[in-house]
Design a protein around this ligand. Structure first.
Ligand code: ZN
Length: 217
């Protein structure tokens, strides 16, 4: 299988890194403390899908939640990248949803097990077309908004992140060699919630600089 392309950028998706609890208000709404260092997990490649996809809910879960997130695409290889140069490694910014089977995740948390299954079902990481970084004035002022059946449920800004984008790139690259096409789901603001069959989700980056639309089958 060939890796799926990142829409808007001419590079295939490589690794899919995700950050947990990167907005203080979202950590609180799930009863979690705000982390001292970034919480990192990975989603498998089969989670990637594009705007206008209809997502089938897995039979193993009765509580699949949306998590709207700003997604960063890496442009070039790097290891031990400084925070000061980190944004030079960004190819572009997009909107994504980190779908999560919350019931499965809750059991995993209680049992001290990884979140891979809760986060890893097919099509659990839809991504919008990406905006090249040259067209983004200030990555520390990126707006993200999610509409659930036409109602705003999540509204965040990268300025509210516990670990800003440059910190995340620097931190990840202190452990993993980053590669072109690596994606970083940068965490979700408060307001996550469950989806049902027939629902429509829309995620807007910067009030529509790019939009992700997903239907629940
Ligand atoms: Zn998430």
């Amino acid at each position: 299988m060939k890796n799926p392309e990142i829409p808007g950028l001419d590079i295939p998706v490589n690794n899919i890194y995700c950050i947990g609890r990167n907005y203080a208000q979202h950590a609180k709404e799930l009863g979690n403390s705000v982390p001292k260092i970034p919480i990192v997990f990975i989603k498998p490649l089969g989670t990637i899908c594009y705007s206008d996809t209809t997502i089938e809910l897995p039979v193993q879960s009765n509580d699949v939640h949306f998590e709207a997130e700003i997604v960063v695409a890496i442009s070039k290889e790097g290891k031990s990248i400084s925070q000061g140069s980190a944004l030079n490694y960004v190819a572009g910014y997009g909107a994504g949803i980190d779908f999560t089977a919350r019931d499965i995740q809750s059991i995993s948390k209680k049992q001290g097990q990884p979140w891979t299954i809760a986060k890893g079902f097919d099509n659990f990481a839809p991504i919008s077309t990406f905006v090249p970084s040259s067209q983004i004035e200030n990555p520390n002022d990126l707006d993200i908004k999610l509409f659930h059946n036409g109602f705003v449920k999540q509204h965040g800004n990268s300025s509210e992140m516990v670990f800003p984008i440059a910190n995340l790139i620097s931190f990840l690259s202190s452990i993993f060699t980053l590669h072109p096409g690596d994606l970083i789901f940068t965490g979700t603001p408060e307001g996550v919630g469950p989806v049902e069959s027939g629902d429509k989700l829309e995620v807007l980056l910067n009030n529509g600089a790019t939009t992700l639309t997903v239907n629940i089958g």
